[in-house]
Design a protein around this ligand. Structure first.
Ligand SMILES: Cc1ncc(COP(=O)(O)O)c(C=O)c1O
Length: 474
């Protein structure tokens, strides 16, 4: 057994000491906690969570874009407990059980068009990995074995397993693990605040057509896109973008994967993000809000056309995960969807999203807030050095701003949100879907105080400042 010796101070709680000695937190600089406390969250209720000292925080990120129904729901927990008593686990490898069957049928009834077949996974990366493998095998079974490549967008996050990571377009996440699965290609995202030089909004979809042409249509299996791209800060699609992408995929026999690990389950006010933007994918990948994160679960939802070659003879999708369709997760997902329907969660998001956007947009009067964008309960604020020129912060300044100040200060003042620099510096907000005007006002008030101070510290002035190099053209 590993030793539990620790060098950390004895005045710290036992949990602090054990966390620092034994817990490997994901995407975390462990050295950041040499001196600072690990934030230990012990309890949640509605839109709020509490730390080990009893301090209360507004969860402006739904934990990690996933506790959509809010914290502390006894009904979801009870559904899981009931199922565990009845059948704690059985696998979906050649067997079925009622919770997975019923959930698959329910998801099919909510998904648009002929997306009728559900392949369960344990989370989002597994869903993306499965969809990418499914796309390859689909093309092999339909006589196009060379169609293996995947086109994704710059700065998009699609997960961490090697295949999903090759679709992820964030250099800093890819570089430590190169070489990745071959055959990935990336095109501009829909950051309309900073369009690539010479590209207009209505040409963005055409960059996908051009890339397919460049790679060779006979080699491209799939295009994977989020309805609203999370990484980089909630890039919404311009008018007509997705219908044109659909056409391009059809013209080239390329599968369109809508990665809805975040954008499904009410985040954009619809069951699925593609419904909001009116396009029909061949595959949807999802996870997180499916169970409101009360249990881990993901899924790939496939169209009848994609499933068809797998329905005959000796063919099968030679792929699976032990915990795919776990009965306890499935039962919790059912209870979560029951709560969504009973409590009108989608309607609530639709009724309040304009107010959420307006509250965040009111922060535009701060010199450091360059852009506010998003949809539904999924928004980002981009922070700039100079609003007039859209000049962004250098890498070092970004580090000082986000890690040196904003993340800790927002948390200290009771707001959990995400200060992120995968792209230009942004603050991301994605509250539980039960949030309303009171929570919006609290978010605004904390952000206003902290961003005003951040602007002063970084010497951002209303008239603009000249503090260093411009990292990217506006
Ligand atoms: C769009 C998207 N795809 C895939 C993933 C990976 O999901 P997971 O962390 O559950 O593996 C995420 C995670 O945030 C995501 O946002």
């Amino acid at each position: 057994m590993a030793s539990t010796d620790t060098a950390v101070g004895t005045e710290q709680s036992t949990l602090q000491q054990l966390a620092k000695r034994h817990l490997w937190m994901h995407f975390t600089r462990l050295s950041a906690y040499d001196q600072a406390e690990v934030p230990i969250i012990v309890r949640g209720e509605g839109c709020y969570v509490y730390d080990e000292h009893g301090n209360r925080y507004l969860d402006g990120l739904s934990a990690l874009f996933c506790v959509n129904i809010g914290h502390g729901r006894a009904d979801l927990v009870q559904a899981g407990a009931n199922q565990a008593k009845e059948l704690g686990f059985f696998t979906n490898w050649s067997y079925a059980h009622p919770p997975a069957i019923e959930l698959a049928a329910r998801i099919a009834s909510l998904a648009p068009g002929d997306l009728n077949r559900v392949f369960f996974t344990s989370g989002g990366s597994e869903a993306v990995e499965s969809a990418l493998k499914l796309a390859r095998q689909y093309h092999k079974l339909t006589g196009k074995p060379n169609k293996t490549k995947v086109i994704a967008r710059e700065i998009a996050y699609h997960g961490t397993s090697l295949g999903a990571l090759s679709a992820t377009g964030i250099t800093a996440l890819r570089e430590p693990f190169e070489p990745l699965t071959p055959g990935d290609a990336h095109v501009p995202n829909t950051n309309t605040y900073r369009l690539p030089p010479g590209v207009t909004e209505d040409q963005l979809a055409e960059t996908i057509a051009a890339r397919i042409e460049f790679e060779g249509p006979d080699t491209v299996a799939a295009v994977i896109l989020e309805p609203v791209q999370n990484a980089g800060g909630c890039f919404t699609p311009p008018e007509g973008y997705f219908p044109r992408v659909r056409e391009i995929c059809d013209e080239n026999d390329v599968l369109l994967i809508s990665d809805e690990v975040i954008c499904a389950w009410g985040r954009l006010g619809e069951w699925f993000g593609c419904q909001r933007y009116d396009y029909q994918p061949d595959l949807i990948t999802t996870a997180k809000g499916l169970t409101s994160a009360y249990a881990p679960m993901g899924a790939v939802i496939a169209s009848d056309r994609v499933v068809e070659p797998f329905l005959s003879g000796a063919n099968s999708f030679t792929h699976g995960f032990t915990f795919g369709g776990h009965p306890v997760s499935s039962a919790i997902a059912m209870a979560n969807l029951d709560a969504f329907e009973r409590e009108g969660v989608l309607e609530h998001v639709r009724a309040h999203e304009a107010e959420f956007a307006a509250t965040l947009n009111s922060l535009r009067d701060l010199p450091i807030v360059g852009d506010v964008r998003g949809a539904g309960y999924f928004h980002a604020l981009e922070l700039v050095k100079d609003k007039a020129t859209k000049e962004t912060f250098s890498d070092e300044e970004s580090e000082t701003l986000l890690r040196g100040f904003l993340s800790a200060e927002l948390y200290r003042r009771g707001l959990i949100c995400r200060a992120d620099d995968r792209g230009d510096p942004v603050i991301q907000l994605s509250p539980p879907l039960i949030a309303g005007p009171e929570e919006f006002a609290e978010i605004e008030s904390i952000l206003r105080g902290v961003l005003t101070e951040a602007g002063e510290q970084m010497q951002v002035h209303a008239a603009g400042a000249d503090l260093g190099r411009v990292r990217r053209a506006p």
